[in-house]
Design a protein around this ligand. Structure first.
Ligand code: ADP
Length: 457
């Protein structure tokens, strides 16, 4: 059995099965064998089952949220927010199942018709991380099932309790064995069981760039389709023409979500020189008001980091920055609670040579860089191997459009700190991966295009 720990106090909150290779293979087999029947069900029937799953989970969202607080450390408000976000995908794809439209193309031959249909790719597999234990699963499973694919999921072994509860509710909703399967155990062995299985046609992965590349490499022989949502290094750019209070609010909510352990978390905050110091003062005032605590309460609080290695990374990045001349405006040390709690931290005068400029911090650390011109900041924002999301605050319409064109990222968010919802395409470019989740683009990842020529009519 895999023990699951509460990052807030180290207590054991539950356990998950540690499956043998044979048990994993049996679940893979069920996923593959269920595909033909599932893909032939009416789209409406598949949608109805997803809808039922959505309703059952929604009616019990508080119970899900409490488990998430215990195994992930995020506070209740955030857990409930994640559930609404995650359920949005189930609701959306329950509808979208019926809208996987094809096409007709004017024929190139006499007495013929050209049809284009969208067919489910086949049995699929997914591997998900711990930072969104609920949404990462619903986002992938709902899309796959709506398209007519079956899916086997390996959730993170740090947060399997939310995952198995979701599976349980899926069964209650009538989603059969094989159509949605779940396995936990040795990540490497399970990853290989997925990539080595020729019947699995597609893998969707969210996690680190290294593991994503490993899965892509191991899937090369069987040429699986891939969706990879990998690391990020999001720039957050504040120009001097904006209301600083509004920009501070957007930054704080984006950065402190899940204690900064989010791939779209602002990693590099660029503030234009003229407003640099006043912006930092306002940011300090806003962040200083936020409490640090375990999350089982109704107020937004900053929780612990997920584990010791996550905490060590944050400590090392802050040390490297301060050694190289960064100024600690707030925090910069462990919180009074001890354990895995780290104080929300603001570092001013950070520079591009510091490790945190090129590394995903994954902690509650605001790294504040100064810039002068638009051209300069765009070049610095793009000077990253990653390209997931970029945020910018400006009231200049021309500049806003220029930024949306010139910034290298899968997502550009202007004048807001909020990115995701079911109706938009989420995903990155460069080392942040490829493929999109959410919206009608998301379903394209689970279908292939079939051209049918009907000649001799
Ligand atoms: P993070 O740093 O966010 O934990 P990981 O990429 O290590 O990122 O983890 C994301 C998911 O990938 C988790 O479910 C984890 O168990 C899984 N994972 C880690 N290593 C491997 C591997 N070698 N093969 C398959 N999955 C893996």
């Amino acid at each position: 059995m895999i023990k699951v720990f509460n990052p807030a106090d180290g207590s054991v909150v539950g356990e998950a099965p540690e499956l043998s290779d044979a048990e994993v293979q049996a679940a893979v087999d069920r996923t593959c064998e269920a595909f033909p029947a599932w893909s032939r069900r009416l789209a409406k029937e598949r949608g109805d089952l997803l809808r039922r799953w959505f309703e059952l989970v929604r009616d019990d969202r508080r119970a899900f949220a409490e488990i998430m607080v215990k195994e992930n450390g995020k506070c209740l408000t955030e857990a409930l927010g994640e559930i609404d976000y995650g359920l949005g995908f189930v609701e959306w794809y329950a509808e979208e199942a019926k809208r996987v439209y094809g096409d007709t193309i004017p024929s190139h031959a006499l007495n013929a018709q050209v049809l284009v249909t969208k067919e489910p790719v086949g049995p699929t597999a997914a591997i998900t991380p711990w930072n969104f234990p609920f949404m990462m699963i619903t986002r992938k499973v709902a899309t796959a099932l709506a398209a007519g694919c079956t899916m086997i999921i390996k959730p993170s072994e740090e947060t399997p309790l939310t995952a198995y509860k979701l599976l349980d509710y899926a069964r209650k909703a009538g989603i059969p064995e094989g159509v949605f399967e779940m396995v936990t155990g040795n990540p490497k062995a399970i990853g290989e069981a997925f990539t080595n299985e020729p019947r699995i046609q597609k893998i969707s992965f969210t996690g680190s760039t290294n593991v994503g590349k490993l899965l892509a490499r191991n899937s090369a022989d069987s040429l699986k389709k891939m969706t990879l949502e990998l690391g990020g290094n999001a720039p957050f750019i504040v120009f001097d023409d904006v209301d600083l209070d509004i920009a501070v609010q957007g930054l704080v909510s984006a950065k402190l979500r899940n204690s900064g352990q989010v791939c779209i978390s602002p990693n590099r905050v660029y503030v234009q020189s003229g407003v640099y110091e006043p912006f930092i003062e306002k940011l300090r005032d806003a962040v200083a008001k936020i409490r640090i605590d375990q999350g089982l309460q109704d107020e937004f609080v900053v929780g612990p980091l997920i584990n010791q290695s996550g905490l060590n990374k944050v400590i090392a990045l802050v040390k490297d920055a301060t050694d190289k001349g960064a100024r600690v405006v707030l925090g910069g040390e462990l919180a009074e609670q001890g354990g895995l709690f780290y104080k929300p931290t603001i570092l001013a005068d950070t520079t591009d040579d510091m490790q945190l400029a090129s590394t995903e911090i994954f902690g509650p650390v605001f790294a504040m860089y100064r810039f002068d011109s638009e051209d300069e900041v765009v070049a610095r924002a793009n000077d990253s191997e990653y390209g997931l999301v970029a945020y910018a605050y400006t009231r200049d319409l021309g500049r806003a459009f220029r930024l949306s064109r010139n910034i290298e990222a899968g997502m550009v968010i202007l004048n807001s700190g909020s990115v995701g919802t079911a109706s938009v395409p989420f995903g990155g470019i460069k080392q942040s991966g490829y493929g999109r989740e959410g919206s009608y683009y998301g379903i394209e990842e689970y279908v292939h295009v079939k051209y049918v020529l009907m000649a001799g009519l």
